[in-house]
Design a protein around this ligand. Structure first.
Ligand SMILES: [Zn+2]
Length: 166
């Protein structure tokens, strides 16, 4: 994306606990089959460009992958195209991507390479234990894309940025 038209970085994200709980439940269902799950947090960005509200933890059509590297997910170009069209039609924006891991939460090389979020300042969250985790991003791993690199956020950053609302 052209730097001149780049959006401001989002510094605060609110998300309903019920949306997280539902996402974690789906992660656990997939996890029972040994599959990771990718969810996309879509929502509204305030005119300031600095605060966002997640409206939905959207689960795109995806294929679970198993390889010698472990497990993963694959979302087709067609699904991404449809997602972008739906976002354009509704005016909603992609706020963050969230996916589950079998055990430890971290950004793998594949996660770096195949991230759906590609905007500078974008967020990627990884939930441990196939979603058997608290409904609190502080208990997960969180990364932000800075200068084409995914940097892990420390817990105080995560606490400042993500607000779980009832
Ligand atoms: Zn991963």
């Amino acid at each position: 994306m052209n730097a001149g038209t780049q959006n401001k970085m989002i510094k605060h994200i609110s998300v309903r606990r019920s949306a997280i709980e539902k996402m974690l439940e789906t992660m656990r269902e997939f996890g029972a089959n040994g599959w990771e799950l990718l969810a996309l947090w879509v929502g509204e960005i305030e005119p300031s460009g600095e605060a966002a509200h997640v409206v939905q933890a959207f689960v795109p059509k995806q294929k679970a992958l198993t390889s010698e590297e472990g497990v993963g997910y694959f979302v087709s170009g067609e699904t991404l195209f449809e997602l972008n069209r739906a976002l354009a039609e509704t005016g909603l924006r992609l706020i963050a991507q969230v996916h589950s891991h079998p055990h430890m939460a971290y950004h793998s090389e594949a996660d770096d390479r195949y991230a759906i979020v590609t905007a500078e300042g974008g967020y990627s969250l990884v939930v441990p234990d196939f979603g058997d985790a608290p409904a609190d991003p502080c208990a997960w791993a969180a990364y932000q894309l800075r200068g084409q690199e995914w940097l892990e956020l420390d817990e105080s950053d995560v606490r400042r940025i993500f607000k779980v609302i009832e």
